[in-house]
Write a protein that binds this ligand. Sequence first.
Ligand code: AR6
Length: 175
Amino acid sequence: MFDSTLQIEVVEADITRLEVDVIVNAANSSLLGGGGVDGAIHRAAGPELLDECRRLGGCDAGDAKATKGHRLPAKHVIHTVGPIWRGRDKGEPELLSSCYSRSLQLAEQLGARSIAFPAISTGIYGFPKIPAAQIAIKTVHQHRGKVKRVLFVCFDRETAEIYRSLLLDGTAANE
Ligand code: AR6
């Protein structure tokens, strides 16, 4: 069932520019920065973000940890660690779903109303884009809580088209 009070948007943007309560980082288990969206977030947030991350003691795949946004327009960053795609099912879908649900739980604990997700694991970690988007949409729809605005932030047109067609189709949210 769709939650009519939940507003879902697909945006083609650089996540570091968004003025939302929370942006989610597709990090690695060290939480000490990397390439892709992780590198962009650390560059835009400034070195204070790395200082805060050093105190978090890393993070397991499928879990998430929160920091402040520092120099970002977003108030908080939730760092989650997606699964590395290994070419067959080694629990990657469950771990990816857990990234979205744990991030939403933490966002609620922070009192956030809006959250922006990148397409976790679909870059350097190689998770196929269509199933990843299906998992993202389904998990967000299953979550019931105080976060009322969810942005799926796409860095390329292909990813945005995948999200748009799945949301229009509606089956990813309900299956
Ligand atoms: N804004 C929004 N999305 C972005 C941005 C941005 N500025 N930059 C990239 N993307 P990736 P992963 C998209 O590789 O697959 C890092 O080294 C990108 O196009 O950033 O989870 C970490 O430290 C893709 O759609 O994350 C880990 O080691 C999506 O973000 C590893 O990469 C995710 O791609 C994590 O790999």
